[in-house]
Design a protein around this ligand. Structure first.
Ligand code: HEC
Length: 308
């Protein structure tokens, strides 16, 4: 079938196949590079926020808590400002009031929390249980879809690593009075030393960056395709002008020469391969004419001989 096609159609088919391959290969490379890039960007963002929250926690336990610790026994109301998890959460809530960070989430989720707003949901409970099963695992991170929106989360285990934690989280009798007055004695107790009681989870939206990447991909592939189509049209015009059109008129001319319908030479201005071919066929035409003339001048003599 390919053999039956015209030269132009063959070349166009070849170009179309080549260009499609280019778009396909460049497209899939681009998709891979951009998606790796997008993943790195969201991971970096989430990691930065996680480290910031850890710094807020450290600040609270090193600078705020010692200042306020003595008041916990005397105040009627517990001072949650002394709790690292509380300050981290409050700082993050402030961040969330900015429109750009509305869909960012931070939680110190616990299976048995002191403050019920920290109660782990099903998804968070699963993460905490995974950390309990693999105590060496210090971080888990992945993508997750929540109500049709893609999120990226990073989770780190919360371990009761210090004896001092047990004052407020083991036996209610040991806890400051103000804590019992504010939170009651039912939640957030019975924790053990070195037990993984919860997980710090940060969750940031990934849909916007992925749709941005998708848009970029479409733009780049669109521009490459447009460029290749224009290049294809230029190549097609060039091939028609320099090869197929001259060849077609040469074949028409050759047909006329063969039926003795023309005395003209084949005219081709360019000095390319078609020009060389044109010069050769013109020489061949002259030789052919000379041979015919010689034949013509000899033939009548022979017939005369036969007559006499
Ligand atoms: C002075 C008492 C006190 C001490 C000491 C203390 N906590 Fe807490 N912790 C609390 C209170 C009260 C809350 C709830 C604060 C709030 O309202 O968010 C809390 C909250 C938490 C939370 C968030 C989940 C929850 O229970 O609501 C975690 C996790 C936590 N503490 C871990 C620790 C660890 C680990 C230590 C030891 C390094 C520690 N705590 C030491 C009183 C304490």
């Amino acid at each position: 079938m390919f053999n039956n096609l015209q030269l132009n159609a063959k070349l166009n088919l070849l170009l179309a196949i080549m260009f499609s391959l280019i778009v396909l290969v460049v497209g899939s490379f681009l998709a891979q590079i951009l998606s790796t890039n997008a993943k790195n960007t969201v991971t970096d963002r989430a990691s930065l926020l996680m480290e910031t929250m850890l710094s807020v926690r450290e600040y609270t336990s090193e600078q705020v808590k010692p200042e306020l610790a003595s008041r916990l026994e005397t105040e009627d109301r517990f001072l949650p400002e002394t709790v690292p998890g509380y300050s981290a959460r409050e700082v993050f809530e402030n961040l969330r009031t900015r429109p750009a960070y509305q869909n960012f989430f931070y939680k110190e989720a616990a299976i048995n929390p002191t403050n019920l707003r920290d109660k782990a949901d099903r998804f968070e409970t699963k993460i905490i249980e995974e950390f309990r099963k693999n105590p060496k695992n210090q971080q888990t991170a992945n993508f997750r879809e929540v109500s049709n929106q893609e999120f990226f989360y990073i989770a780190r285990p919360i371990k009761v690593s210090q004896e001092s934690c047990l004052q407020c989280h083991s036996d209610p009798a040991l806890a400051p009075r103000s804590q019992i007055a504010t939170y009651g004695d039912e939640h957030g107790f019975g924790w053990k030393l070195n037990e993984i009681v919860g997980a710090q989870i940060i969750s940031i939206p990934a849909s916007d960056i992925f749709s941005f990447i998708r848009g970029l991909q479409i733009q780049v592939i669109g521009s490459i395709s447009a460029f290749l189509i224009v290049a294809g049209i230029i190549i097609d015009i060039f091939l028609r002008k320099t090869i197929t059109k001259p060849l077609r008129s040469m074949s028409q001319w050759a047909k006329q020469v063969s039926t003795a319908n023309t005395k003209e030479e084949f005219v081709h201005k360019a000095n390319d391969e078609i020009g060389i071919l044109a010069a050769s066929v013109n020489r061949m035409k002259v030789s052919l004419e000379m041979a015919m003339n010689m034949l013509d001048s000899q033939t009548p003599k022979k017939s005369d001989d036969r007559k006499s």
